[in-house]
Design a binder for this molecule. Structure first.
Ligand SMILES: O=C(O)CCC(=O)C(=O)O
Ligand SMILES: [Fe+2]
Length: 361
């Protein structure tokens, strides 16, 4: 994530709250095909579906840290744009999910940019407490025309392109490592996520609002698993929580805080990796609560690259002989995502961690 610079001058993350224990893998190790790093990635992706990736001391990693530092400033300024400007570029999930049950409408939500605070609900049916701003990979790569964006963003678009480029390289290392560790051809996962092909991949900024009052001590972003393949996340202030494997989302004791680490990205797998591996890899439920301790008085910003399979990729598992019980093997990624989005919008989908089964090679 960001350099230690951004961690200076913020209130401390408390020492007396339950945190999740996560493997830390170094980007240098991953890049050099270090056997121990590769084993750690596989173990983390099977057991928890989350790990820290330490970018420090690796040339691309150090350049990415600098880029993230700059984007954290830019991201704050984007959320500070006048409401009248942000309203010209609204994200319309609720209307497209609930109003038009039309696949094109659903897909188009990735092309939309600002989600205002309160547009969705938390588990208590109360309004959420965050805004987000999404930029699609397709526009940044030139696969389609760049979406209409505020002038302020256009002027800084190269920062987003650089962040996306670094993120793509890292996702490719992880995809290669996982495939090889699972005794599959190295390109197995990467070949279904080529950045030059249309997909729902986005760069996302999130602003979760400060929680100064007692009534704010509740969920900011509802618990979920990510739809896609790999998510890279940069956090400075706490607030992210991971559900303990085997725990229930309704049990507050089953949640563990993630302590953000300077120079480290948080990596987590999404549902597509579970589907492709017949359940061997894990996508774990997580949510944004409120920043813990004294941190709750600050607005919390995060930056993510959320990778999705290319639209036409097959969602048939790429390993495991027994497809009995695996659903949607005949769908393309796009059909699969639309189906999942519809089920979620109708309240039919159960949000639960998936995968982490014993590997059948
Ligand atoms: O901001 C965070 O820490 C988590 C965001 C997240 O889970 C998401 O955007 O899917
Ligand atoms: Fe997420």
């Amino acid at each position: 994530m960001a350099s230690s610079k951004l961690f200076e001058g913020i209130p401390p993350f408390p020492d007396d709250i339950p945190t999740v224990s996560m493997n830390t893998v170094s980007l240098a190790g991953l890049r050099e095909n270090d056997a121990k790093a590769a084993e750690q990635v596989l173990a983390a992706c099977k057991e928890l579906g989350f790990f820290f990736l330490d970018l420090r001391g690796e040339s691309m990693g150090d350049a990415m840290i600098e880029c993230i530092d700059q984007l954290f400033t830019i991201g704050q300024e984007i959320f500070d744009l006048p409401e009248s400007v942000k309203h010209q570029y609204l994200h319309d999930i609720p209307r497209s999910f609930l109003g038009h049950r039309d696949a094109n409408q659903l897909l188009s939500f990735n092309k939309k940019r600002f989600k205002p605070r309160g547009a969705a609900k938390t588990e208590t049916e109360e309004p959420d407490r965050f805004e987000w701003f999404n930029l699609g990979q397709d526009g940044l790569m030139g696969n389609v025309d760049l979406q209409a964006l505020p002038e302020f963003v256009i002027e800084r678009i190269d920062y987003f392109k650089r962040f996306l480029n670094y993120s793509q390289q890292i996702a490719t290392f992880i995809n290669h490592t996982l495939a090889k560790q699972l005794s599959l051809p190295a390109e197995t996962f990467a070949a279904a996520q080529r950045p030059t092909e249309l997909s729902g991949t986005v760069v996302r900024f999130i602003k979760a609002f400060a929680s100064p009052d007692a009534e704010d001590l509740r969920t900011s972003m509802i618990h979920h698993t990510d739809f896609g393949s790999i998510t890279l996340l940069a956090n400075v202030i706490g607030g992210l929580q991971v559900l303990t494997p085997g725990g229930s989302a309704l049990d507050e004791d089953a949640w563990r805080w993630v302590r953000p680490q300077p120079g480290c990205l948080i990596v987590n797998l999404g549902d597509a990796m579970v589907q492709w591996t017949g359940g061997a890899l894990r996508s774990n439920v997580h949510r944004i609560k409120y920043p813990p301790g004294e941190q709750r008085f600050a607005d919390r910003y995060s930056l993510a690259a959320l990778f999705r399979p290319e639209r036409n990729a097959s969602m048939k598992p790429k390993m495991g002989q027994d497809l009995a019980g695996v659903e949607d093997t005949d769908l393309t990624a796009w059909e699969w995502e639309v189906k999942k989005a519809m089920a979620l919008s109708r309240g039919e989908a159960v949000v639960e961690s998936k995968g982490g089964k014993p590997v059948v090679v």
